[in-house]
Ligand binder design. Structure first.
Ligand code: ADP
Ligand code: MG
Length: 278
């Protein structure tokens, strides 16, 4: 599935291309998208995983980097608990659901609480690029730790980020967190591609994503409902877009993937993102 030999990468109009990445890192990655949120538990990893698998389902070559030092749970969500053996001194990404991925969780001793000092964190994030045998990728999705701390800064220093996504919950308190996450991207001069409202519905309400997008002057790229199937499929190692591709949730993530590509194309073309969902 993650063929990479598909000219379109599933994107009508071609895969957007951010030339800074290969120039700086020497790795043939066309786009890096960082997924952030002001705080944990809003569904950042769920969105990252389903976005990555959706993009791969369109025929694109997709990588997923789990840089969440506090809760590296992408391996569980992808259903793979260890990485392949090291080859020629390089870490080899695991592969599942058509996506190649690497996780901080593979590199950390299990159950060990680490106190991350800035330089240590920086080095660890650097290794996720330099010590991993990434191959040609159309999109690398990076699941960041929550908050606006050292990890964002390190990542942005190490790798050119083509764009950032903000995941928020529907409530207003969450919107305030989203604003902080967005401010970090702005400071680092990372274009904000848009906002995703997650866990929308009766329980947590609706509308935080639209409010946040409006305040940030960016697009609302998707509204994902609170849905037990999303959570169960993540826990079971089969993201909903793979487990139930015909579900409403899978359709929402599929549309999100298309909109992310459109936004990347807009920013890589030198113009600002213009897509607005009303
Ligand atoms: N739309 C959703 N509907 C139901 N449960 C969800 C949804 N999105 C995330 N979850 C669940 O909420 C919890 C936190 O999500 P996660 O993606 O791990 O958040 P984060 O990475 O922001 O900490 C997980 O148990 C996940 O399965
Ligand atoms: Mg997470």
């Amino acid at each position: 599935m993650a063929g990479g030999n598909n000219d379109s990468g599933g994107a009508p109009g071609g895969v957007p291309f951010d030339p800074r990445i290969e120039t700086k890192l020497g790795i043939p990655i066309k786009n890096i998208v960082a997924v952030a949120s002001g705080k944990g538990g809003v569904g950042k990893s769920t969105v990252s995983v389903n976005l990555a698998v959706s993009l791969a389902q369109t025929g694109a070559a997709v990588g997923l980097l789990d840089a969440d030092i506090y809760g590296p749970n992408i391996p569980i969500m992808m259903g793979v608990d260890e990485m392949p053996p090291v080859e020629a001194g390089k870490l080899v990404p695991a592969e599942a659901h058509g996506v190649r991925f690497m996780s901080m969780g593979f590199l950390l001793p299990p159950e060990q609480a680490l106190i991350w000092r800035g330089p240590m964190l920086h080095k660890a994030i650097q290794q996720l690029f330099t010590d991993v045998r990434w191959e040609e990728l159309d999109y690398l999705i990076v699941d960041l730790p929550p908050g606006t701390g050292d990890a964002q800064l390190s990542l942005a220093q190490i790798a050119p980020l083509s764009g950032g996504l903000i995941v928020t919950m529907p409530q207003m308190v969450s919107v305030a967190d989203a604003r902080r996450g967005a401010a970090a991207f702005e400071q680092l001069e990372v274009p904000i591609l848009g906002v995703i409202e997650n866990m929308s519905g009766e329980i947590f309400g609706r509308g935080g994503g639209e409010t946040a997008a409006g305040e940030l002057g960016t697009a609302l790229l998707g509204v994902v409902g609170l849905d037990a199937a999303i959570s169960a499929s993540g826990d079971g190692g089969r993201p909903i877009v793979a487990a139930s591709p015909d579900s409403e949730a899978a359709r929402t993530f599929g549309e999100l993937a298309q909109k992310v590509v459109a936004q990347l194309r807009a920013v890589s073309g030198g113009s600002q993102p213009q897509l607005k969902i009303v």
